[in-house]
Ligand binder design. Structure first.
Ligand code: PEP
Ligand code: MN
Length: 284
């Protein structure tokens, strides 16, 4: 498997500073290390909806032991009439929350023309599942030289995913963290939103030294499934998790985006504890 891949620089055998067949390229973001001995827990709301909401959740994330904050301000919505995100106002909220909590921030960029703008506020740029095939966008984030979180397209093969990452690396940006977030499959009776492909972690780590994290929130769409899949992802060797959080049930009722999948802060605490335990297993 993987022998049919062309000579991409991201493959271990072609990596610019090839050392061995198992080490991970550590991606540093605001003092946090992806691919180091500690799994990185990124948590936060699906979308930034207000200053109060973002600050409340960020404080809860920090208290629970999360190391980075997530929060979308440009939201990829299926329905064009759904809430699309707060845009620049949301970026300003993120900047303020970042300053007050010290948490590094990851947020999605969809439009190649906005890459520089978003990079002025964010520590890490997220490429969403729907944008994984957007080659002009990948090229722009490659040029921006800011760390990138590249989600897997929900129907992308392993090869297509690595080739998408190569578009970023081709511009000289090797600070890429891959994120498995579930692939499209028939989940009869709507028991889950997607199918979490933990099988992909091992071959991915064999083929490339890039760190890989898992998003159990978009994989399931239901918060009650998130804790167990987080543990499963860590056991399968994930270098971290990307998780959506909702701070109160009253707040959940008012959310405009992905309300059903945000976990309460107490569950995040349990996941952080499980991540600390998994460190001692020191999986490759
Ligand atoms: C998100 O992380 O908010 C998101 C939209 O995820 P995905 O691109 O995986 O659907
Ligand atoms: Mn979401």
């Amino acid at each position: 498997m993987g022998n049919d891949l062309p000579d991409l620089t991201l493959l271990r055998r072609c990596w610019p500073s090839y050392s061995d067949d198992s080490s991970t390229h550590v991606v540093k973001v605001n003092g946090v290390e992806f691919g180091g001995p500690r799994p990185v827990i990124i948590a936060g709301p699906c979308a930034i909806e207000s200053h109060d909401q973002a600050m409340g959740i960020a404080r809860a994330v920090k208290k629970a032991g999360g190391q980075m904050l997530r929060g979308g301000v440009y939201k990829p919505r299926t329905n064009p009439y759904s809430f699309q995100g707060l845009g620049t106002d949301g970026l300003k909220i993120l900047a303020d929350v970042r300053e007050q909590t010290g948490l590094g921030v990851v947020t999605e960029v969809m439009d190649p023309r906005l890459v520089e703008h978003v990079a002025e506020y964010a520590d890490m740029l997220q490429i969403g599942s729907r944008s994984m095939h957007s080659f002009p966008l990948l090229t722009e984030v490659g040029k921006a030289k800011v760390p990138v979180l590249l989600k897997r397209g929900w129907s992308a093969t392993l090869e297509e995913w690595i080739c998408a990452a190569e578009y970023i690396a081709k511009e000289g940006n090797y600070n890429i963290v891959l994120c498995e977030r579930g692939i499209r499959a028939s989940c009869h009776w709507d028991y889950a939103r997607n199918l979490l492909d933990l099988n992909v972690l091992e071959p991915l780590k064999r083929l490339t030294p890039l760190p890989v994290i898992v998003d159990p929130s978009h994989a399931t769409g239901q918060w009650s499934l998130v804790a167990n899949l987080s543990r499963a992802a860590l056991a399968a060797g994930a270098h971290g998790l990307l998780i959506e959080v909702v701070d109160t049930e009253e707040a959940r009722a008012l959310l405009k985006c992905d309300a059903a999948q945000g976990i309460p802060p107490e569950v995040l605490e349990q996941i952080v504890a499980a991540a600390r335990e998994s460190e001692s297993l020191s999986l490759p």
